[in-house]
Write a protein that binds this ligand. Structure first.
Ligand code: AMP
Ligand code: MG
Length: 506
C-alpha cells in the first residue's frame, strides 16, 4: 500500500483556516489499531454533501469546492490533509447473540480528530478499502447503502436523536463492487465525538488484556464521561452512565418507529449514538414484531425487541468491564437503572406524542391501548401520530382524519373518549397542544421507499433527489412548504414499498 499522501491545505486569505487535526485515539498505542492509508477511489465525483454537518464541523459553506482544499480527493480516499493520521481500529463483538471473535474497522478508516467549534470530532471514511480487519469483505461500500447511511444519519439528527453524522458521499463509476449484483463504490465521510463501540471493550476483555482494557476505559471516562472519574467506583459509574444513555436512545428509537436492524455489540456506541446504518427501517404500518433486516430470520432485532436487546448488549459490556469493576454484583447493580430508565424515558416520549403535559397513572394504559389499536388495524405509525395532533376535544369535533386510520371505528371512538377526558383533566388547549405535538411527531421519516427513489435516480447519475430529501429530513417536523413533491414525502408508502428488501449486504 502507498504511504499516506500529504497534501498541504491552502489557507486562503481572509477566510476560515483549514481544519486542525489531532488524534487522541491514536495516542492509545498500537494494540488498538493498525495505521494505513485509504485506498484510492478511481475518478471520484461528489454524490452529496450535508450543509448541516459541515456547519457542525465549522467548515465554510464552500468547503467542498474550495480551491486548494482538494476536498473531493480527500473525502474519497485519494489524498489526506496535513494532520490526518488514518488508522483502522480493532474490536470484537457478539453478532446475533453469538460471540463473533475479532471484527474491527473492516471498511472504515479513522482520519483523525478535527477541532471544531463544537469540540473535537472524529472523522471516518466508510468504504475506503481493505484493512487488516476486512476478513472476507472487500473494504468497500456500495452507492445504495452509502446513500442510506448518509440520509439516515442526518435524518436522525433532524429528529433530535443522538447519532453519528454524515458530511458527504463521494462515488466512482470506475470501481465495480460485487454484492448480490455488481454495483458501484462510494465512500461516506462521517463524524462523531467518538466511534468507540461496546466491542472495543469486549476485544481486550476476551483476550485477557487488562492493561489496554483499563487504558480504554480511562480514555473514555476522561474524554466523554468526566463525571465518572470522581465516583467511588469509576468503571461501574461508566457502565451505569452508558446504560442510562442507551436507555434514552432506545426510547428515542421506539418513539419514532426506528428499527436499527443489526444491534450487534460491535454496532453499539459507547456514547449512546445511533451508529452503523445498514438494513435499518422506519415503521410504516405499526407492527411491533416488524423485522427490517431481511437476513434476521429469527427476528432477534425486531422493533419491539430493541429495548431488551439494548439491555442484553449492556450485559456484554458489563462482562467486558468486569476485570475493572471487580465483582459481578457491582456490575449488575450498575445496569439496574436501565430497567426503570427505559420505560420512564419511553413513557415520557409517548406522553409528548399524545400532547400530555401532566403525569397521570392511567397514561400508560392510554398509550398502550392506542398502540394496540394501531397494531390491530395496521395503522401507519408516523401518519397516525401526526394526525392525532389535530384531535379536537370539543364534543362533535371532527376527528375524521385520525379516526380514518382505524378499521375498528368503535374501538377508536371508545379510546378517543378516554383521550378527550384525559386532555380535559389537564385543561389542554387544542391549538397549543397541536403545536407541541407537531414538534415531537415528525411529518416525514426516512421510509424505505423514499430512500429507494433517491437511490434509483442516483444510480442513473442524478443526485438531486438526495439533496431534496436531505432538506426535508433535516426539518422533519415542519409543515409542508406547499409544493406537491414535498407533500408526497409525508404521504402513505406506495404499494411497491412492501416489496423492498434490505439486508446486511451493503
Ligand atoms: P456490520 O454489522 O455491517 O457493521 O459489520 C460487521 C463487521 O464486518 C465489521 O467489522 C465491518 O467492518 C465488517 N464489514 C462489513 N462489510 C464489510 C466489507 N464490505 N468489507 C470489509 N469489512 C466489512
Ligand atoms: Mg458495524
Amino acid at each position: 500500500m502507498n504511504a499516506p499522501l500529504n497534501i498541504a491545505v491552502a489557507d486562503l486569505p481572509g477566510t476560515p483556516a483549514a481544519p486542525v487535526w489531532s488524534n487522541r485515539f491514536r495516542a492509545l498505542g498500537s494494540s488498538f489499531f493498525t495505521e494505513l492509508p485509504p485506498q484510492p477511489l478511481p475518478d471520484p465525483h461528489w454524490v452529496a454533501t450535508s450543509p448541516g454537518c459541515a456547519e457542525l464541523l465549522g467548515l465554510p459553506p464552500d468547503w467542498a469546492q474550495r480551491e486548494g482544499w482538494n476536498a473531493l480527493q480527500v473525502f474519497s480516499g485519494n489524498a489526506v490533509w496535513e494532520g490526518m493520521q488514518p488508522l483502522a481500529s480493532v474490536y470484537s463483538g457478539h453478532q446475533f447473540g453469538v460471540w463473533a471473535g475479532q471484527l474491527g474497522d473492516g471498511r472504515a478508516l479513522w482520519l483523525g480528530e478535527m477541532s471544531t467549534p463544537n469540540g473535537p470530532m472524529e472523522m471516518q471514511l466508510k468504504g475506503a478499502g481493505l484493512t487488516p480487519y476486512s476478513r472476507m469483505g472487500d473494504g468497500r461500500a456500495v452507492l445504495r447503502s452509502s446513500i442510506r447511511e448518509f440520509l439516515c444519519s442526518e435524518a436522525m439528527h433532524g429528529l433530535g436523536i443522538p447519532t453519528t453524522r454524515a458530511l458527504c458521499i463521494t462515488g466512482s463509476t470506475q470501481l465495480p463492487v460485487r454484492r448480490e449484483e455488481v454495483e458501484t463504490a462510494a465512500v461516506v465521510a462521517r463524524a462523531a465525538p467518538s466511534f468507540i463501540r461496546f466491542g472495543h471493550f469486549e476485544h481486550f476483555a476476551h483476550h485477557e488484556q487488562p492493561a489496554p482494557l483499563r487504558q480504554l476505559a480511562d480514555f473514555v471516562i476522561a474524554q466523554h464521561y468526566p463525571e465518572c472519574a470522581d465516583a467511588a467506583q469509576p468503571y461501574a459509574a461508566l457502565l451505569e452512565a452508558v446504560a442510562r444513555r442507551t436507555a434514552e436512545l432506545m426510547a428515542d428509537w421506539q418513539a419514532v418507529g426506528f428499527c436499527h436492524g443489526v444491534m450487534n455489540t460491535d454496532n453499539m456506541s459507547i456514547l449512546g449514538l445511533t451508529i452503523d446504518y445498514g438494513p435499518f427501517g422506519f415503521l410504516d404500518q405499526f407492527d411491533p414484531g416488524h423485522i427490517c433486516n431481511h437476513t434476521d430470520h429469527q427476528g432477534r432485532y425486531a422493533y419491539a425487541r430493541q429495548p431488551n436487546v439494548g439491555f442484553w448488549n449492556l450485559h456484554a459490556l458489563a462482562q467486558a468491564l468486569l476485570p475493572l469493576i471487580g465483582d459481578s454484583d457491582t456490575a449488575l447493580t450498575a445496569l439496574e437503572p436501565y430497567k426503570s430508565a427505559f420505560p420512564q424515558a419511553l413513557l415520557a416520549r409517548m406522553r409528548g406524542k399524545l400532547g400530555l403535559r401532566h403525569i397521570e397513572d392511567a397514561d400508560r394504559a392510554l398509550v398502550d391501548d392506542l398502540l394496540k389499536l394501531m397494531a390491530a388495524d395496521k395503522a401507519d405509525f408516523t401518519i397516525t401520530f401526526r394526525r392525532l395532533a389535530n384531535f379536537g376535544t370539543a364534543s362533535g369535533a371532527d376527528n375524521a382524519p385520525v379516526r380514518d386510520m382505524f378499521i375498528d371505528r368503535d374501538a377508536f371512538d371508545a379510546w378517543a373518549q378516554r383521550y378527550a377526558e384525559r386532555l380535559q383533566l389537564e385543561g389542554s388547549v387544542d391549538t397549543d397542544r397541536r403545536l407541541a405535538m407537531n414538534r415531537v411527531n415528525p411529518r416525514v421519516v426516512l421510509r424505505n421507499h423514499l430512500a429507494e427513489v433517491a437511490i434509483l435516480q442516483a444510480k442513473a447519475g442524478d443526485f438531486s433527489e438526495i439533496e431534496r430529501l436531505l432538506t426535508v429530513l433535516s426539518r422533519p417536523f415542519d409543515e409542508a412548504t406547499g409544493s406537491a413533491a414535498s407533500a408526497a414525502y409525508a404521504g402513505f408508502p406506495p404499494e411497491w414499498a412492501q416489496s423492498i428488501e434490505v439486508s446486511c449486504s451493503s
